[in-house]
Ligand binder design. Structure first.
Ligand code: KG4
Ligand code: ZN
Length: 347
């Protein structure tokens, strides 16, 4: 019996999960609402909240697993990327526990874990997983990456954002519209009643499979500034259409690169990960393109899209099987050096 306790603390969710022989037993998440009033995650407040929550979150995961600490085989944790102060809390806690129990430590790359969330069985005996090789678009408040997944370990980053993440574009756009943080879900909600073709926002075109969301943000900023000058309540009068048009453009930018990669690499299985995977327009666009192109489309349950320890646990499970452990001298890494794609890019 292999039982692993996994801890995730890279940003603003403190989470712990226990996995037993590849079966996720629980996924306890304490979200931090403190950031709402600041309009974004405040790193120092995030690490303080992790420090406050971590003992009770781990305790709850252990209690609901019905396992005793001495029955654990290893402790896994997110090493990075993420906020340094937040990572430190999870890493230190994991080290202390592994040392106390004299069991191995497993470091997990948060981005790899977002992708491997697709391998968390939904129910007993579930075996409907993406087949290798597949493409995964990971889109969240902190990341936007297009990855070619060749097996559980062999990942190739085809492209990523060179500035803001897609979720940031949603949240910062929402902030300009006077909506509270995180504004992504609200843009999604207002957009449902809006016309996505009413306004056009320009964007920066990027080579290969990279993304850039700073251009569209600036485009929204100037658009609002110019219109509010002549019609002071322009935003209130046109909120649904602005949200629909802005969202439409972001989804289009993501889908363009995804389609280009799927075509070039002739991949049939396409997966979505990260908090922005909850966006209804993105989901619909992916499903529609899936039907058109004969793709099989995979979107994990929402609890496994946003930051969570279950995805750390499933990644740790595969690492445990390969005997990939780390020493107590391991330290968190706010970012990893990800080599740019060396693949030829189709014109
Ligand atoms: O994965 P996640 O929980 O945390 C990060 O690692 O960042 O993603 C959070 C992001 C936020 O930017 C939030 O606005 C965005 O996901 N998000 C959405 C939706 N739901 C969450 N963006 C657009 N539409 C949604 N429905
Ligand atoms: Zn994440």
């Amino acid at each position: 019996m292999t039982n692993i306790l996994a801890i995730e603390s890279s940003c603003d969710e403190t989470s712990a999960a226990v996995i037993s022989n590849g079966k996720v037993l629980n996924n306890i998440i304490a979200s931090q609402s403190i950031h709402q009033k600041y309009g974004g995650v405040v790193p120092e407040l995030a690490s303080r909240a992790h420090q406050k929550n971590i003992v009770s979150v781990v305790h709850e995961a252990m209690e609901s697993s019905k396992l005793l600490p001495h029955q654990l085989s290893a402790i896994a944790f997110t090493r990075g990327p993420g906020l340094m102060g937040s990572l430190m809390v999870g890493v230190s806690f994991a080290k202390g526990m592994a040392l106390g129990l004299n069991i191995p430590l497993i470091e997990v790359d948060h981005m790899q874990a977002h992708v491997l969330a697709h391998f968390i069985p939904k129910q007993e005996g579930d075996s409907i997983f993406p087949e290798f090789p597949f493409l995964c678009l990971t889109v969240s408040g902190g990341h936007t990456q297009l990855v070619m997944v060749r097996n559980h370990i062999d990942f190739q980053i085809l492209g990523q954002t060179q500035d803001d993440a897609a979720g940031e574009a949603f949240d910062k756009g929402a902030k300009m519209l006077g909506l509270p943080y995180p504004g992504g879900p609200l843009i999604d909600q207002y957009a449902k009643q809006g016309n996505p073709k009413r306004f056009t926002f320009s964007n920066t075109s990027m080579p290969g499979y990279d993304f850039s969301f700073s251009g569209i943000k600036t485009s929204l900023l100037y658009f609002l500034r110019d219109n509010v000058k002549t019609v002071p309540d322009f935003v209130q009068q046109n909120l649904n259409d602005i949200c629909a048009s802005y969202q439409h453009r972001i989804v289009e930018m993501l889908m363009t690169k995804l389609q280009k990669a799927a075509k070039y690499f002739a991949v049939r299985d396409i997966a979505l990960a990260g908090g922005v995977a909850a966006n209804s327009a993105l989901r619909d666009a992916l499903k529609m393109k899936g039907l058109e192109n004969n793709w099989r489309v995979f979107i994990p349950d929402f609890q496994y899209c946003t930051d969570n320890a279950a995805m750390i646990a499933i990644t740790a499970h595969y690492k445990y099987l390969r005997g990939e452990f780390c020493g107590l001298d391991v330290s968190p890494m706010a970012s990893f050096d990800t080599p740019a794609s060396i693949l030829p890019t189709p014109k």
